[in-house]
Unconditional design. Sequence first.
Length: 342
Amino acid sequence: MTLQQTFQANAASSRQRNLNSVQRTLRTMIWLVLFVALAALALLLFLGLMAAGAETGGWLALFIGGFLSLALPGLITRCLYVIPEFERVVVLKLGKFVAVRGPGMFWVVPYPPFYQSVAADLDIRVQTRAITAAQTLTKDNVPVSCEAVIFWRVEDPRTAALEVANYSEAVFQAANSALKDTIGSLELSELLGEREMLSSQLKVIIDSAASRFGVDVSSVEITDIHVPEDLIQELSVLAQSRRSAQAKLAEADVERQIAEKLQQAAEAMGSSAMELYRLNVLERIGREEGSQIVIYGLNGGNAAFEENLAANAAGALVQRPAAEGRPADRSQPSGPPPVFEP
């Protein structure tokens, strides 16, 4: 028995002592009442015989009365049981099942003509048990270790007490075997990515096996899965590659949607609306300090007007050719596009 199991057993024993305090108190009170009554009866009988002159009979009555006063209360009080709400008692009569008693106060009389006895005292609360499958091969031959917790309770006290010697150990062994079998039927990707499915599958398998022992398995939770370190690195690289590919696909999809929207906007907007949109964009860019804007020309309809609008949008004024005494020549190429620095 491990240190943890020893501690749990000691804690359970301590709780049992505390919970049976009412039973001990009732037994003690009944014992005292019976003892005083029998002792008083024996003393009265002794005094009556002594007064009648039967000294031998008086001493014999006192001896028998004293013995009964000590033994009979104990024999009666040991038949009294007080069981809490979360416990059940399996009662037999001459070795055969009679009933499941509890909770509350009742009597189990082992004397003729009842011949009753207590076969087991069972706790029907939900209990937990950790199970471990160490170095178990998956379907794709990957060694993994898996840990799980099962939540179970005694559903049929009669079956749990009479059909199996240790129902708790039987449930543990069935759960451990089911965990290993389930891991062996799944691939590593399924084991890592579908824990809920694995838990549900384990619950069905373990509950089916535990029902033969009178136990109901309410839930199975996978707590940890240990994978070799080299395999973890490979899975990390694979997951990173998948995320990168998904990000690129998402970016391409967004760019396609933007291109479609821009195409629809260009078809819906006329030339004047497009010019106003371009000027609005330039105006927003010109708000930033240190921004540099290159204007390639708007529509070519009015060069001076377009030049002034571009300069104002960029936050600076451009010297006009007229200010330098040179007329603007619209027939010649305008040269490289002007650059404005706000």
